[in-house]
Ligand binder design. Sequence first.
Ligand SMILES: Nc1ccn([C@@H]2O[C@H](COP(=O)(O)OP(=O)(O)OP(=O)(O)O)[C@@H](O)[C@H]2O)c(=O)n1
Ligand SMILES: C[C@](O)(CO)[C@H](O)COP(=O)(O)O
Length: 220
Amino acid sequence: MKQSVIITAGGIGKRMNSDLPKQYIPVNGLPVLMHTIKKFYQFNSEIQIVISLPKDFIELWRKLCLEYDFKIPHEITEGGKERYHSIKNALKKVTGDIVMVHDAVRPLVSLQTISNVIDQAEVKGAAIPVLPVKDTLRKGNSENSQHQDRSEFWIVQTPQAFKLELLNEAYKIPYSSSVTDDASLVEAMGRQVFLTEGNEENIKITTPIDLKLVEFLMGK
Ligand SMILES: Nc1ccn([C@@H]2O[C@H](COP(=O)(O)OP(=O)(O)OP(=O)(O)O)[C@@H](O)[C@H]2O)c(=O)n1
Ligand SMILES: C[C@](O)(CO)[C@H](O)COP(=O)(O)O
């Protein structure tokens, strides 16, 4: 089956507090987004790579590709207001039978995690990487909270993989702020999403400490 990946980089990283969007920040000698693209190319050099970028930073990306002599083939689309809109826009360019959606700011995804979701999506239609919860969980507020059984919960990562027709159908559902990933849209159509094993290093760079962690892990 032909594979595509949308590497979504359309955000501006408000929680990172940096003028340069976090996906452009160099780590270990290369902007984060280039590390992420390289990972999928390493997995499959024939894969179709579609990236979304914030409109005002597309030119900068082109310049960086020249500066770093970055030659991995990829198509560029304009990011939207929310992650949902960036992906919906990028989907128009996707031609694979199986499509993965991955956060640009998760450069430490492992080849095994990618392989896990691809293998299961080919059979089941929709697969996402997860990890068990390590901390104790409580639900509620400072005055009224209850202990939760953590074995019932999972930490969700990307890439999330789908048969293309399924994801296209899911993205007909209108935007809602409660939808924070692609799997929840597919689920909203009444379809099951299959859980596969993610990798612990596959953290999402959200705040400055995550960037430090990624720098440390890449330096290993
Ligand atoms: N309009 C948006 C918002 C987010 N993303 C992408 O979705 C991924 C995960 O989102 P998040 O970490 O929330 O990124 P930002 O929206 O950039 O960060 P923040 O929420 O702190 O502003 C990132 O790769 C980000 O670039 C996107 O493609 N389009
Ligand atoms: C898609 C995601 O990375 C899965 O963990 C996450 O839901 C994105 O959430 P964010 O709040 O938009 O960063």
